[in-house]
Design a protein around this ligand. Structure first.
Ligand SMILES: C[S@@+](CC[C@H](N)C(=O)[O-])C[C@H]1O[C@@H](n2cnc3c(N)ncnc32)[C@H](O)[C@@H]1O
Length: 442
């Protein structure tokens, strides 16, 4: 995935940047190309893009990793979308009032992720950790010089500390964690990877060993996060990490599956001419991201991709929009333990306590109804169970959904069922099957 919102999704116009940034123009070659093997030129590109496009001023030390802005932006945009499409509002929209707290694990020399996150979203705050003293010093300085010390707290951690040290940070919960871990398990692996990319090692990669190498490589690093997430559970909405190798992504998703994680997302970030990175997210909560975000990678074997969170219902050709809306209203309103609200004229959000639509469920309810009628005089409170549930249906609903109807240009009507909440894909499929039977093409 290269987010359509990424301002760098097309090639960066170096000539235009040079006109806006004299420091960059000094690094640009006469043919308007940049020498990517020159670390000073690469650093200046990052500095000039951050300043021009985000008003972020950074000083990048010569002996630390220089973050490429397009890739870092892709990760932040994916996170934004992940959070926006798993909010309890169920509308898949950005809420500018919503406060969001994130943790950037291994923030690097200039806290690029927290600075980008805060510059784009005014209610985001971050904790940022690193074990490298030099990175801590330069990150704190950069955060302070960008007047973000009230929103970004840079914390030095030790290699033996938890990667997600909520208690040490003195916080109860987080909306997300993010990380660009050291990829390699040894210097040997780093060198052979550079050789395989047929460019001289360290040509424009100025990363220090602590930034590039970690015992066991990125798989061990992210596996440790997964293990820690087991203890934290819903104290963190989304655990995420970038990965440098596609094979690591498969291994990490397999580990999640082994632990019965039901809600996860994978994607790829395409950076410049073909350089790719991958990212994984998992959650112990049951708010489901939009399919394009959770399945942003078609090359992964199917069993490693999460179940799609949308379902298209093919409607007969002559269907009228008003008719579908009113039929949907009457079909949904007769279902017990299911609440729904029309958020627009053509879009309704609903929550069901369990399977309340199948024949079996309806039989169960009618049996209950008989017992209740017989007992009504003995225990009037029995009548109120459903009313009580309706007061906070989102908390315990096994299924949350949104149904979007749309009049297309050719006057046909489209219907998409979006899976908003729930761990049980069979339940979602069963709900879609019921709607399809009632509305779909014969
Ligand atoms: C690949 S660099 C990423 C830097 C920055 N986030 C970026 O994307 O440009 C990995 C970072 O993780 C830090 N790091 C390594 N082990 C760590 C650990 N156990 N806990 C926290 N940070 C760690 C390194 O010092 C380094 O800054």
């Amino acid at each position: 995935m290269n987010s359509s919102r990424n301002i760098y999704r097309r090639e960066i116009d170096f000539r235009a940047l040079a006109l806006q940034s004299p420091e960059f123009s000094r690094r640009l070659k006469a043919n308007d190309q940049l020498d990517f093997s020159d670390p000073d030129a690469v650093r200046q590109l990052t500095k000039s893009l951050l300043e021009r496009d985000f008003k972020i001023r950074v000083d990048l030390p010569g002996n630390r990793l220089c973050p490429p802005v397009p890739n870092r932006l892709n990760y932040i945009l994916w996170l934004q979308d992940l959070l926006d499409t798993t909010s309890e509002a169920g509308d898949d929209e950005y809420d500018p009032e919503k406060e969001v707290l994130g943790l950037d694990i291994g923030t690097g020399c200039c806290s690029i992720y927290p600075l980008l996150g805060c510059s784009m979203r005014s209610r985001w705050k971050f904790f940022a950790t690193d074990i490298d003293e030099d990175n801590i010093v330069s990150s704190r300085k950069t955060v302070s010089e960008n007047q973000k010390s009230d929103r970004i707290t840079v914390v030095k951690t030790d290699p033996d500390d938890l990667l997600i040290p909520l208690d040490k940070l003195g916080i109860d919960r987080l909306d997300f964690t993010m990380c660009n871990p050291p990829f390699y398990e040894s210097e040997q692996e780093l060198l052979s990877s550079a050789a395989a990319k047929s460019r001289p090692p360290y040509s424009a990669c100025t990363g220090a060993a602590v930034e590039m190498i970690t015992p066991g490589g990125e798989i061990t690093f992210v596996s440790n996060m997964i293990t820690q997430s087991l203890n934290l559970q819903t104290r963190v909405r989304w655990f995420t990490s970038m990965l440098g190798k596609l094979s690591s992504l498969s291994a990490i998703v397999q580990k999640l599956l082994d632990l019965d994680v039901e809600n996860w997302a994978v994607t790829e970030f395409v950076q410049g001419k073909g350089t790719k990175r991958w990212a994984v997210a998992w959650s112990w909560m049951d708010w489901r991201p939009r399919s394009d975000l959770s399945r942003g990678l078609s090359t992964l074997p199917k069993h490693l991709l999460p179940f799609p969170s949308h379902f298209n219902v093919e409607l007969p050709k002559d269907t009228k929009l008003e008719q579908v809306c009113s039929k949907l209203e009457s079909e949904l309103s007769v279902l017990r333990y299911l609440v729904h609200t029309w958020v627009t004229k053509e879009s309704c959000v609903g929550f069901a306590r369990e399977d309340v639509w199948s024949r079996k469920a309806r039989r169960k309810f009618s049996k209950e109804q008989h017992t209740k009628s017989a007992n009504e005089n003995d225990d009037p409170d029995v009548m109120d169970l459903e009313e009580q549930w309706k007061k906070a249906p989102k908390d315990v609903a096994a299924l949350g959904f949104r149904i979007d109807l749309r009049l297309e240009a050719d006057t046909s009507v489209s219907m998409v069922i979006r899976w908003l909440k729930g761990m049980d894909q069979v339940l979602f499929e069963s709900f879609c099957g019921m709607i399809k039977r009632k509305f779909g093409e014969e």
